[in-house]
Write a protein that binds this ligand. Structure first.
Ligand code: SAM
Ligand code: SF4
Length: 518
């Protein structure tokens, strides 16, 4: 421990920290919090719809302030991530910032000096898991009062969640939102030296902060954010409130990031956004969409490029034309449909009909005959009838989706759908999910069978979780393949002959000649 850290540690007075937890009434805390750092704004669909047209600011000047540049020396951090790839990638950014502050990562809560819970608000059970974890961490905080526990991510953008933490979980030191990640150095400092819970959740819709450091999870595949936020306002979804308005990164910044990843040896990038094909719609000085961006990335020497998640409404002809070039642009398209019933789609505010979705699928298949299509489906939307659910089942078959993420509708406070009366019993919703999943499994197994005996290209990611003697990786169409092969093939694209097709994965043997064996 250096002199500076000793000084800093001396300033963290344990009794105060405990006093805060034991003596402050939650009403005091809430009053303070509303006066100071938090603009009380629950997810409010009406306010959120009236988004201001003011310019999105781009910031290129991120740096770690000098006074916190070594604050983490000799200390460790742990970030638990819940939810989607966007959160996974935000975790990589937070890990990057903490690493630049001198912290090292750990996977053990006992060793950690900072624990951050990067949360997901998309469904109720995701939130319940986080509250469970918050409860589990309380004894550790009482044992180690210097430990900083923070809650960030989508849940912290919800006023009800912040209130619940303030009232019931005063062992939490820090709450910050999805628009405040770049403020982590200052927030950690305030949490270390302050005597109150730090709450900084900006309801403003967010700028674009470039040049944030990142510690990526692996060295083979990388996420690249191309845009943030969502303006679609599907009636069931909390994301437009937790992630702010749609705002795109400048193409040159994205291309530079991809080039940098190539230089580091990455084999695959996935372009990320809640609604990637709305990319560029917010540019006022540029006619440039996802198709143009993909076309430019197509020319970069990276073997594999994916993108997620697409909204059917914004999937335009230019994008299809560019994707049809193939090469490093992979023909696996994840195209969430949500429901097969036009009436339900209307109630969901998806802005397309069943027929329009099928027409889009037809166009995609015409341009890319071998494309794999996967989707997201919600069952049990308020008042969904048996016939409407059946339309989802028939759409699933008609499109021939090879996989689907399926969910039971979960009411989210502040969204229009949550205010609807719902006459569908939970048991019926569960049965519908079960029936849908049976169909998804059947279609997945059928799609896998087509690969039996074929040779596929696999990007080898590492050892299989179940058996270290087996390697695992993904095909171009995102099929998981397990096979025996030399460890030296990890990080490379190799050819594997498929010997067995299962429901969700393929087994095979490597075609030796394609790999350099050291
Ligand atoms: N932007 C993407 C789109 O338009 O489909 C999806 C992003 S969302 C993070 C991922 C999926 O979560 C959605 O496609 C939807 O199926 C599901 N989802 C969102 N809100 C939900 C809710 N309230 N209940 C159940 N599932 C939900
Ligand atoms: Fe949510 Fe996706 Fe709809 Fe946006 S487009 S509101 S992220 S489901």
């Amino acid at each position: 421990m250096n002199e500076e850290q000793r000084k800093q540690q001396a300033q963290i007075e344990q009794p105060d920290n405990f006093d805060r937890i034991k003596n402050t009434s939650s009403d005091d805390m809430i009053a303070k919090y509303f006066q100071t750092s938090y603009e009380p704004q629950s997810p409010d669909i009406k306010k959120a719809r009236k988004r201001r047209k003011e310019d999105i600011q781009f910031h290129y000047d991120f740096s770690i302030p000098e006074d916190v540049a070594t604050i983490g020396k000799g200390k460790k951090f742990l970030i638990r991530t819940y939810g989607c790839q966007m959160n996974e990638h935000d975790t990589e950014v937070m890990a990057g910032i903490l690493t630049e502050m001198g912290y090292e990562s750990t996977s053990s809560t006992d060793d950690a000096d900072i624990i951050l819970l990067n949360t997901c608000a998309i469904r109720e059970n995701a939130e319940n898991k986080v509250f469970g974890e918050i409860g589990h961490l309380k004894p550790l905080k009482l044992e180690k009062p210097d430990l900083i526990i923070g809650v960030c991510g989508c849940m912290s953008q919800e006023e009800s969640v912040v209130n619940r933490i303030l009232k019931k979980h005063q062992h939490i030191d820090l709450i910050f939102g999805t628009h405040n990640i770049h403020r982590l150095p200052q927030l950690v400092k305030e949490a270390l030296f302050g005597k109150e819970m730090i709450v900084e959740v900006w309801s403003k819709e967010g700028d674009v902060i470039e040049n944030l450091p990142k510690v990526r999870k692996g060295k083979i595949k990388a996420w690249v954010n191309i845009m943030y936020g969502c303006d679609k306002f599907c009636t069931y979804c909390i994301v437009p409130m937790t992630r702010g308005k749609e705002r795109s990164r400048r193409p040159e910044d994205i291309i530079q990031e991809v080039r940098h990843l190539v230089a580091q040896g990455y084999q695959e990038v996935t372009l990320l956004g809640q609604n990637v094909n709305a990319y560029g719609k917010d540019f006022e000085d540029l006619e440039y969409g996802l198709g143009d961006l993909m076309n430019d990335i197509h020319k970069i020497d990276i073997p594999r490029v994916r993108f997620t998640t697409s909204h059917p409404r914004d999937f335009d002809d230019r994008l299809i034309e560019v994707l049809a070039q193939g090469g490093n642009l992979l023909d696996h398209i994840h195209l969430p449909v949500q429901s097969g019933s036009t009436e339900i789609l209307k109630k969901m505010n998806r802005k397309y009909t069943r027929e329009e979705y099928l027409e889009l699928v037809h166009k995609i298949r015409k341009a890319m005959p071998n494309a794999t299509l996967t989707t997201d489906i919600i069952v049990g939307f308020p008042n969904e009838t048996e016939e409407q659910f059946e339309e989802t089942m028939t759409l699933m078959e008609e499109v021939g989706f090879e996989a689907a993420y399926t969910y039971i509708y979960s009411p989210r406070e502040g969204t229009p759908a949550a205010r609807k009366k719902d006459d569908v019993p939970d048991e019926v919703k569960k049965q519908r999910l079960y029936r849908l999943n049976e169909l998804v499994n059947k279609q997945s197994a059928e799609s896998m069978k087509k690969y039996d005996g074929k040779t596929v290209k696999v990007l080898v990611e590492g050892e299989s979780k179940k058996n270290p003697d087996v390697l695992a990786g993904y095909t171009e169409r995102n099929k998981l393949v397990n096979f025996k092969g030399p460890k030296s093939s990890i990080g490379k694209i190799v050819e594997v002959k498929i010997t067995e097709a299962k429901t969700w994965s393929l087994n095979g043997v490597m075609v030796e000649s394609t790999v350099e064996v050291n």
